[in-house]
Write a protein that binds this ligand. Structure first.
Ligand SMILES: Cc1cc2nc3c(=O)[nH]c(=O)nc-3n(C[C@H](O)[C@H](O)[C@H](O)COP(=O)(O)O)c2cc1C
Length: 179
């Protein structure tokens, strides 16, 4: 069974991350959840249920040197929802947290990598954002924005209720099979 790392960032759809995990498991992925530290705080009350659902620890922090890996090695990674913060840090190669370390190295390792951003129009208009998206796409990351995925919402909008989780899973499968 291939292993999928789901990396969840601190944007409202992460509050429904169990929807993505359930659908990934239904599609045959051994699914592991890694959360940014802010997303981890948002999901503090759901952690136990998420550990039961995935059958793995939910990771946020780097292990200590010498400690064993707690998760099976990844075959693919899906960053959903991706914040503007994580898009920009990822594109800049910053790896000062476990989620960023996994996805920056993931580019170098050639894993199928899909990012499904969730942000508002004002965040998307910052010049760093379009540069970061271009950098990540140039490095082989499928960034699902606008016609291809999520269109940034207006200020005050965007509950994430209709977040296109399945689209992201659809895009991962052919990439994984062609490896
Ligand atoms: C209630 C709330 C909603 C937020 N929604 C978004 C969002 O939709 N998209 C986004 O990029 N950032 C959003 N943010 C800001 C991120 O949570 C913030 O930039 C955080 O540092 C992201 O950290 P991470 O990328 O490590 O998860 C929101 C913050 C709060 C408090």
């Amino acid at each position: 069974m291939p292993t999928l790392y789901v990396i969840g960032c601190a944007a409202p759809p992460v509050l429904n991350i169990q929807t993505l995990i359930t659908r990934a498991i239904d599609r045959g992925w051994d699914t592991c959840l890694i959360l940014t530290s802010t997303a981890d705080r948002w999901l503090a009350d759901s952690k136990r249920a998420l550990i039961e659902l995935t059958g793995h620890p939910v990771r946020t922090d780097y292990k200590l040197p010498g400690q064993p890996d707690l998760l099976p090695p990844a075959d693919a990674m899906l960053v959903a929802p991706t914040t503007s913060n994580t898009i920009n840090k990822w594109a800049a190669g910053i790896s000062d947290t476990l989620p960023l370390g996994l996805i920056t190295e993931g580019i170098g390792k050639g894993f199928p990598l899909v990012a499904l951003p969730f942000l508002n129009e004002a965040q998307a208009k910052h010049p760093a954002f379009s540069r970061s998206v271009e950098t990540l796409r140039g490095a082989g990351v499928q960034v699902l924005l606008d016609g291809e995925g999520y269109t940034p919402h207006g200020l005050g909008g965007g509950s994430g209720a209709d977040f296109p989780w399945d689209l992201a899973l659809d895009r991962l499968e052919p990439a994984t099979k062609s490896r």
